[in-house]
Design a binder for this molecule. Structure first.
Ligand code: SAM
Ligand code: SF4
Length: 329
């Protein structure tokens, strides 16, 4: 198992398939994009499949989430999902995506064994979408969501980040839309992970603010906390349930004590935390012919050193040098 020095066990693996993206969400990337990783530095599909297999067969990983950058841009995605679904024990498989291209890929991904998707949707207004992501692609995202639902990738989960002066008034319309469509919405507090290092606490819409806005329009009651487990979202029943909404207060209500995640970046570095300032290089070892046993040991050591918390509130907090898109959100 992947156990850290505080006794937490990582069972949820996030694998970044690429650092590239076809949107430029302001909380993540500058409008001009970033210097993408050179292709030789990216793990190949076979290398990714090998690490997923080691994680699942040797290290107790039970859930694998493919992310990025935009994972749907990775041509071998269906192949990687197919191979992951064939593992024994079979992990839960999901993708976090901006939804562009999902209209075409939802069916093939479901056939390959994908269980679920998380689709990011921060606004229902076309102009706001363009302002927020610098691309006019709202209709593609909505079509992607509908296709995921039709393909049975349920529950379709929606991630939304609210930003002051941009989409802060959209908590209620977003929830209404998701309830109507049968999607499960989660609001995520904006974290200091943008490439521009422009995050400011006072501009962050807090979990309390989001809940305040929602309570003006809906009756929210806390869902059974046992349902939450190590999941970061606090879940609320909407108007008596069974429909729910989640709020992820990553900054103001940190859940580090229950964290069960570990990440592999697109260039094969293990990160034991989104906010880690150190990484452990598995790619070099992989390419130097390391055995499975050797990779298991390196991976275990990387998780052992995980810190107690993200420390955003510490005066000494340093934003990681890699932005969210390169870490794998
Ligand atoms: N491109 C895909 C997408 O947007 O869903 C997957 C990668 S993206 C980095 C994963 C998630 O991280 C998205 O839901 C996005 O909204 C969220 N995200 C990105 N930057 C963030 C930030 N600074 N704070 C909070 N969430 C962020
Ligand atoms: Fe791309 Fe996702 Fe970052 Fe938006 S949040 S720029 S969709 S990687």
């Amino acid at each position: 198992m992947l156990v850290d020095s505080f006794g937490r066990t990582a069972t949820d693996l996030r694998v970044s398939l690429t650092d590239r993206c076809n949107l430029r969400c302001t909380y993540c990337m500058p409008p001009e994009g970033l210097d993408w990783l050179p292709k030789p530095e990216l793990l190949t599909a076979d290398e990714i499949i090998r690490l997923v297999r080691i994680g699942v067969e040797r290290l107790g990983i039970t859930e694998v989430r493919f992310t990025g950058g935009e994972p749907l841009l990775r041509r071998e995605l269906v192949e990687i999902v197919t191979a992951s679904a064939a593992l024994n024990p079979r992990p839960q498989l999901s993708v976090t995506t901006n939804g562009i291209g999902l209209a075409r890929l939802a069916g093939p991904l479901a056939d390959a064994g994908l269980d679920r998707v998380n689709v990011s949707l921060d606004t229902l207004d076309r102009d706001t979408f363009v302002r927020l992501s610098h691309r006019d692609r709202l209709s593609d995202v909505l079509a992607g969501l509908a296709a995921a639902d039709a393909a049975g990738l349920r529950p379709v989960k929606v991630n939304a980040v609210l930003m002051r002066g941009v989409n802060e008034d959209e908590a209620v319309p977003l929830l209404r839309y998701c309830l109507d469509q049968g999607y499960e919405l989660r609001f995520i507090e904006q974290m200091p992970l943008d490439a521009q290092h422009g995050w400011q606490r006072e501009n962050m819409i807090t979990a309390d603010e989001i809940l305040g806005a929602l309570k003006g329009a809906f009756d929210l009651t806390e869902d059974d906390p046992r349902e939450r487990g190590s999941a970061p979202a606090e879940l609320f029943l909407v108007d008596g349930g069974p429909r729910r909404v989640g709020v992820i207060g990553s900054v103001t209500r940190p859940f580090c004590g229950a964290c069960d995640r570990v990440r592999i970046t697109a260039d094969g570095q293990v990160r034991n935390c989104l906010f880690a300032t150190e990484e452990s290089d598995l790619r070099t070892a992989l390419r130097a012919g390391a055995s499975d046993d050797d990779l298991v040991e390196r991976w275990r050591a990387a998780v052992r050193g995980k810190k107690a918390g993200h420390g955003i509130d510490d005066p000494t907090f340093l934003q990681p040098s890699r932005p969210m898109s390169a870490i794998g959100g």
